[in-house]
Design a protein around this ligand. Structure first.
Ligand code: DSN
Length: 449
């Protein structure tokens, strides 16, 4: 069979894969939750490990033939425990959202009160947002950020005292400052809640010492493995010493919810990729990498500010920068995202605190430096990238006839369509795209592929 000779047997998919590789190579990848894994992680992911079923846990499997899978999963667990300083790790969650659901089910019952950061303030869907099952299954009390963009710890303290949540989340998807673990530990202590740190975005920084670790403050830590940690798409749930003290059976409860409670066979190729990524993350090179991500992010923020671009919290201490476009108009994120795409810069439109438009048509742009840092870019390149982004924004505002996104659905679609249609022929975007390509070519990506 042709298929035995490789992906060439499926030219349609092969071409899309090649096109995607070219896109990753020739553009600036600035979605803060994305990264480029090492070749070692890629090899683990594209391996024969995908062939095996292994329901259960090492030494306690439902199917035979798992002796080597056990080696891999045990290595992943041990590496996670050592790296984060925790007594317990489950490396099987398929990704962050199911991992978070598993945490709820391990410590709460449907209808219980929970607290998380409001989505449009930078929180995650699974921290209790109204359209997520987590916001429907539980009584969700959101806390917010203040006018300066920082988490409103005092509001969270009052809400926790009033509503006595069973579980509190500390973690975010669009937040540029350190997460206040210590303050939230006091809040959780006062109402007896489980405190869970969702460090999906910053786990690579935590490992590198570029963000404080939550390990001494929270009961449970969840992280996805594909963001700053540079592993494959997956997730881990870890229970801390503090969590084990609160409930000595917490680890077993998490295990039971993941399997048989929620999932079937673990994705063994992913588990191997996670193990490899954790080995990489333990190296001095990774420490330097994590710190460089933050240096790059700060350099990018400074350059944007120099060019008159407004930032939420006026800067950054982590891997992320959040542009506030409201000085130009309401709900303009969609236009800037499309224009940046045209110039070869991939970002995502995002809500900003006190979003004046909507979650789907927000007024911000979220940027991140993990992937560019992986390519080897440093502060001088970030200043160049800051200039490129500023010029895209300026050109966007120049060509947008009306700086307001229409409220009417059809008028809105027409405005977005009309804007998109003119992008390919715009001379300024062509020039910026050419500059992006020159920059990317100086930092080759996956030269061995
Ligand atoms: N989608 C992820 C992010 O971009 O932050 C979170 O799930």
């Amino acid at each position: 069979m042709d298929f035995e000779n490789g992906i060439g047997s499926d030219p349609e998919i092969q071409k899309a894969m090649q096109d995607e590789l070219k896109r990753q190579r020739e553009g600036l990848e600035m979605i803060p939750s994305e990264n480029f894994t090492s070749m070692a992680v890629l090899e683990a992911m594209g391996s024969i490990l995908t062939n095996k079923y292994s329901e259960g846990y090492p030494g306690k499997r439902y199917y035979g033939g798992n002796q080597y899978i056990d080696v891999i999963e045990k290595a992943a667990q041990e590496r996670a425990k050592k790296l984060f300083g925790v007594p317990y790790a489950n490396v099987q969650p398929y990704s962050g959202s199911p991992a978070n659901l598993a945490i709820y089910l391990a410590v709460c019952k449907p209808g219980d009160t929970i607290m998380g950061m409001n989505l449009t303030d930078g929180g995650h869907l699974t921290h209790g947002w109204k359209t997520s099952e987590t916001g429907m299954m539980f009584n969700s009390i959101p806390y917010h950020v203040k006018a300066d963009g920082l988490i409103d710890v005092e509001e969270a303290r009052k809400l926790a005292a009033e509503h006595k949540p069973k579980l509190i989340w500390i973690g975010a998807t669009a937040y540029t400052r350190p997460l206040p673990f210590k303050e939230f530990a006091e809040i959780a202590e006062q109402c007896g809640a489980y405190l869970v740190a969702d460090i999906s975005h910053v786990s690579g920084l935590v490992v590198a010492g570029a963000h404080e670790s939550p390990v001494n403050y929270v009961h449970i830590i969840m992280t996805t493995t594909h963001k700053t940690l540079r592993g494959p798409r997956g997730a881990m749930i870890m229970v801390t010493e503090k969590g084990m003290k609160k409930d000595p059976e917490l680890g077993e409860k998490v295990d039971k919810v993941i399997f048989p409670g929620m999932q079937g066979g673990p994705h063994n190729h992913t588990t191997a990729g996670i193990a490899v990524a954790l080995k990489e993350a333990a190296t001095p090179q990774f420490k330097a990498y994590g710190n460089q991500i933050v240096k790059n992010s700060r350099a990018l923020a400074e350059q944007l500010k120099k060019n008159g671009i407004k930032l939420v919290t006026d800067g950054t201490d982590n891997h992320m920068v959040l542009i506030d476009l409201t000085p130009f108009g309401k709900g303009l994120g969609v236009f800037v995202q499309d224009a940046l795409d045209q110039a070869g810069i991939t970002v995502n439109k995002n809500t900003i605190p006190k979003e004046p438009a909507s979650a789907f048509y927000p007024s911000g742009i979220r940027l991140g430096t993990p992937a560019l840092t992986t390519r080897g870019m440093k502060e001088p390149e970030m200043r160049e990238v800051g200039d490129l982004i500023s010029q895209v924004i300026q050109e966007t505002m120049k060509i947008l006839p009306n700086k307001v996104l229409p409220d009417d659905k059809e008028a809105r679609q027409a405005a977005i369509r009309a804007f998109k249609e003119q992008l390919p022929s715009n001379a300024k975007f062509k020039e910026l795209k050419a500059r992006v390509l020159v920059l990317c070519n100086r930092f080759p990506l996956y030269p061995k592929l």
